[in-house]
Design a protein around this ligand. Sequence first.
Ligand code: FES
Ligand code: FES
Length: 153
Amino acid sequence: MARLTVNGVVREVDAEPDTPLLWVIREQIGLTGTKYGCGIAQCGACTVHVDGAAVRACSLPLSAIETGQKIVTIEGLAPGMDHPVQQAWAELDVPQCGFCQPGMIMASAALLAQTPRPSEEQIRAEITNICRCGTYNRVLAGIKLAAERGQSG
Ligand code: FES
Ligand code: FES
């Protein structure tokens, strides 16, 4: 048994220590917004926050989570789904099929939390998530819009 704090709720989970956090989140806790893409830390579809940092949950074993660390998934990013990144995404119609987008949004939110006004170079360097639909230009525009809003708000 392990105890995790996910989206502000303490959860008891029963999984082997080497179980990837992604599967604990999806199958044990039932939060399926976090997606499985590659399973080898390459695509970013499984991105969640651990103490505010973007991590790829498919490649993080349950045993790597320390007691008290705060895990946030796309379901818990903002209560009304109104995080500046989510608002910008909706305004610019960023998603296409949508599969990669929870990970894109979580990675983008973590970037802006750390670097509120990133340069385009920083965005390109930090957001390495893969989108098979090719939404990269809209992701870039969405991050810039969210950054502007964050600054003015
Ligand atoms: S599923 Fe985790 S990085 Fe691709
Ligand atoms: S929107 Fe389809 S994979 Fe990114």
